[in-house]
Design a protein around this ligand. Sequence first.
Ligand SMILES: Cc1cc2nc3c(=O)[nH]c(=O)nc-3n(C[C@H](O)[C@H](O)[C@H](O)COP(=O)(O)OP(=O)(O)OC[C@H]3O[C@@H](n4cnc5c(N)ncnc54)[C@H](O)[C@@H]3O)c2cc1C
Ligand code: FES
Length: 264
Amino acid sequence: MENLYKPFKVKIIKIEKHSNNVKLFRLEKNLSFNPGQFILVSYFGYGEAPFGIASSPYQDLYIDIVVRRVGTLTKALHQLKEGDEIFMRGPYGNGFPLNFMSGKDVVMVTGGCGIPPIAALIEYIIANKDKFGRVYLIYGARTPNDLLMKNNFERWGKSIKVLLTIDKSDKNWKGYVGMVSELIDEIKINSKDAVAAMCGPGPMMDALEKILRPLGISDRRIFVNMERKMQCGIGKCQHCVTGDKYVCKDGPVFNFDEIDKSWD
Ligand SMILES: Cc1cc2nc3c(=O)[nH]c(=O)nc-3n(C[C@H](O)[C@H](O)[C@H](O)COP(=O)(O)OP(=O)(O)OC[C@H]3O[C@@H](n4cnc5c(N)ncnc54)[C@H](O)[C@@H]3O)c2cc1C
Ligand code: FES
């Protein structure tokens, strides 16, 4: 049996530049995972860090991660070329509660670099479209250039409603600017039987107050994928503890009402 805690070597089979400081890495690996779970990626001499899986859980040839260049490891990863090898372990964490979400309308909200786990959830929903009601993605970024995974928007838009919003427009932009609250008119859901999935603290509070609460989605039906600094990824080192929860083991997906009580 494969040891989940032991890093193994994977080959980078594709690299795509998605913005000035973000690249997608396609890793040659058949990995069984739930949308919302993460892997720990390491490159010898530069450390190890968690990344959400962005590809479809039904894809058995590869997994995608989308990496923002912020520090030691991510800078080193951005220097790598297709064909290079890195190490990974996982998948870890709980992922989104797919059984609970099934049969319901779904509103997904994310911003900037929070898209990877939401992208995997979108792929799952599209592959199981008959099990879901109306499905919306609200994705915001600072400028059009900061929107990641753009190549997918047209395909996703054939199955779910994709609503893009940015803070600062350019001359080619035809979508929404700023006003997240304006998007509410586009969303037609059965609020009593709808769920929401969010990722990233940035857009979270704004979207919560301006969209999800006005739509009538209760906090216990809002699932948030949280990012916290991690080390072991398996509930041993306490680096990711917040309140009485381990983000690596109990999360990274939490109910919003759980977070309200225990988040610091
Ligand atoms: C469950 C989970 C999923 C994640 N998914 C993704 C993803 O899909 N794509 C992605 O680009 N990043 C993701 N991250 C964040 C990513 O793990 C960090 O950016 C990474 O640890 C940076 O490593 P580094 O060695 O390059 O930076 P370091 O050299 O360790 O740090 C550089 C700077 O980033 C800050 N930093 C480091 N880690 C975090 C963190 N977790 N949260 C906030 N600030 C941090 C440090 O304080 C420092 O200021 C995820 C984190 C978690 C916990
Ligand atoms: S990362 Fe070590 S306990 Fe969560």
